[in-house]
Write a protein that binds this ligand. Structure first.
Ligand SMILES: Nc1ncnc2c1ncn2[C@@H]1O[C@H](COP(=O)(O)OP(=O)(O)OP(=O)(O)O)[C@@H](O)[C@H]1O
Length: 335
């Protein structure tokens, strides 16, 4: 058997209306990896997942999942993957246990194995105490955990998690992370998409960034951060936007930093991304002071994945302050 959980080459997917959602993706995910697939809204993440799990047929390219050809052995692919979609598949009318029984039916888990498997999963996601309660009484975090469990009933060696923690509070999110780490440590390959770069940083061995249907960057979180090029010097200045623009112009015109150092105007002043951010930071402060600009604060920090995103996509992806959807709110003290 191949060592790769996923081997995709030249995958393209054009929807019936002509939207080219995936435009030539090559992707290899070795067995056992915790892989993160990142990109802004509409970049093609869900379409790629649906193609890999055979819910969509690629317009071009070849896909092997768990050693099976997605086109000619689609059934084998579906039997060996778990898929936690963005929208929950939990039936609120059913209890946690009934939801898992239903999933066992759907995935064809042998009858003799079901009861044990369900108990094991309920324990894994910490829902054993409420196994016989209806899911409509569950908090958002509990539903997501049940959803994760339903994707695992058939013990798939590879599981796709499409934004599994969106809308959850940090506590509920942390708890799900534990389960994901746990199943990964037991050998399950994980393919995760997330809006939270902090999540990708905390969980993933390797990341790929998709932009407009194409992979534009690939590497470990640390490698991607190094690609940003140095550290980030953030300077706050007194005054309006004109003062901030002026300060940025000064930073650009000094020869303190490399010619390709990124200088940006920020809400409070400016930022400089440079290998020399630390060594030349104070020289910049002096230059600003000499130009009559009052510096009110400064800080040098290592790049985060958000900086990687900004550099690659020109946009911040993190949505930490996003509103929690109603149906996921009210996590109460249960998580
Ligand atoms: N059924 C469809 N028909 C036509 N276009 C579609 C369809 N589904 C998605 N698209 C388009 O394909 C592109 C990729 O969408 P996709 O949902 O794969 O992106 P995504 O990266 O998963 O975004 P999000 O984070 O918002 O879920 C977008 O332009 C989207 O509008």
């Amino acid at each position: 058997m191949t060592d790769d959980a996923i081997a995709a080459e030249g995958v393209e997917l054009t929807y019936a209306d002509g939207t080219q959602a995936v435009r030539g993706i090559d992707l290899t995910v070795p067995r056992g990896e915790f892989f993160g697939f990142l990109g802004p809204n509409g970049a093609g993440k869900t379409t790629t997942i649906k193609t890999l799990v055979t819910l969509l047929r690629p317009t071009a390219g070849s896909i092997r999942v768990n050693g099976f050809d997605a086109e000619s052995e689609g059934r084998a692919v579906r039997e060996t993957v778990g898929y936690m979609a963005q929208e929950t598949s939990v039936d609120p009318e059913l209890t946690a246990r009934e939801n898992l029984r239903f999933a066992c039916d759907a995935y064809g888990v042998p009858r003799s194995e079901r009861a044990d498997r369900i108990d094991e999963l309920l324990a894994l996601v910490d829902l054993a105490d409420v196994a016989d309660k209806r899911a409509d009484d569950f908090s958002g975090g509990m539903r997501k955990r049940l959803d994760a469990a339903t994707a695992l009933v058939h013990s798939p060696p590879l599981v796709f998690l499409d934004e599994p923690t969106t809308g959850l509070d940090p506590k509920a999110r942390n708890r799900l992370w534990e389960y994901f780490r746990d199943i990964n440590e037991r050998g399950t390959t994980i393919f995760l998409t997330t809006q939270y770069l902090e999540e990708a940083d905390a969980l993933c061995d390797r990341l790929a960034v998709i932009l407009d249907g194409q992979i534009v960057s690939d590497g470990s979180p640390e490698q991607l951060k190094r690609e940003v090029g140095g550290e980030i010097l953030e300077v706050s200045v007194d005054g309006d936007e004109r003062a901030r623009e002026q300060a940025a112009d000064i930073a650009r015109s000094t020869d303190l930093f490399e010619a390709d150092a990124a200088v940006e105007v920020t809400d409070h002043g400016l930022s400089v991304t440079s290998e020399r951010a630390r060594s030349k930071g104070t020289d910049l402060l002096v230059a600003l002071r000499d130009a009559g600009i009052a510096v009110t604060g400064f800080n040098v920090r290592a790049p985060t994945l958000d900086d990687v995103f900004l550099a690659i996509t020109g946009d911040h992806v993190e949505i930490e302050d996003a509103e929690v959807p109603d149906e996921l709110a009210a996590d109460g003290g249960r998580d």
